[in-house]
Design a protein around this ligand. Sequence first.
Ligand code: NAP
Ligand code: ZN
Ligand code: ZN
Length: 353
Amino acid sequence: MTKSFGYAAPEKGGTLGPFSFERREVGEKDILIDVQFCGVCHSDIHQVNDDWGGAIYPMVPGHEIVGRVERVGSGVTKFKEGELAGVGCMVDSCRTCVNCKAGVEQFCEIHTALTYNGTEMDETTPTFGGYSTNIVVDESFALKISPDQNLASVAPLLCAGITTYSPLRRFGVKEGSKVGIVGLGGLGHMGVKLAVSMGADVTVFSTSPNKEEDARNLGAHHFVVTRDPAALEPLASQFDFILDTVSAPHDLNTYLELLKYDGALVLVGIPGEPAAVSAPLLVMKQRNLTGSAIGGIPETQEMLDYCAANNIVSDIELIPIDDIAQAYERTVRGDVRYRFVIDIASLKNKGAS
Ligand code: NAP
Ligand code: ZN
Ligand code: ZN
């Protein structure tokens, strides 16, 4: 077995603390990654709090993982020792069903092994995430990382990056598209950067007036404070595509109304409660309401390569593991600029002491 040390939530809503555990031996197709940085996604907080039900404890969160390959199995061809590697939200899937074959392993018909708060393909062995010193993963579910970018700032691409890139591509956002991004947090700020890089005219919808300058620095063309309903009225039927990244319950009809004929509102935020939708708003302009979940492995690699070619990374606050509780609290308050990333060196120091 491979010894690992991480931070885990002991129970629902529990404070994260030190946790020693073991990962599997490095198998023929596995790589062992020495984790260097791990992003803090709002999904980590939802899952620690069991907002979506069915959580497994102790839980080591973290699915925005980057590090260096420490060991490779005898059959590994994609990575060499010493190279950079990343792991996102999945560590395995059946690989044979129609969705896996189409490269959308997140929608595997049999079982998607989530990086944490999930189980391996035996559907029994719990998985542990990236708030930890190392991870063992099949090479097929590890991503190649460019050595030319700041590694800590690349980590959030593994979830926030792909979750925003995938729907922007699916809906063909391009030069001149009118795009709205709702919520300027981890996902939202990546959505802005990516949509701007694709040539879109980007509007940020935010509850935080003090984020306007940041939004403009990220490349957004317009900024609307949603606490003032009058500010939204002139924007009715203006948008081709709106990406909703909000983590808490809120009114979707506000944004449906802003879509043009056949425009799309795509939910990526996952509040724990259902939302009411106005049928006339959907029917009268044939508007589309849909969701999107991360992205498959091929598209995740495409996104990483795109970000490397276009010099796109996340804006981060690097924190030691000791600050994790405060980072959660600030994220819940919407006070995140714009992704917390854990420096795993701070964890390794603890593990050694
Ligand atoms: P985050 O950094 O906390 O950002 C969420 C933003 O939403 C906040 O910064 C805030 O922006 C806005 N917001 C928060 N509470 C709000 C409220 N009550 N009303 C209106 N706006 C509010 O979170 P994140 O990491 O980007 O994740 C966002 C959501 O996406 C979470 O639910 C997460 O679980 C989900 N997620 C989904 C996927 C997927 O595959 N679909 C992947 C990753 C994460 P302003 O201050 O600008 O208003
Ligand atoms: Zn995430
Ligand atoms: Zn499958």
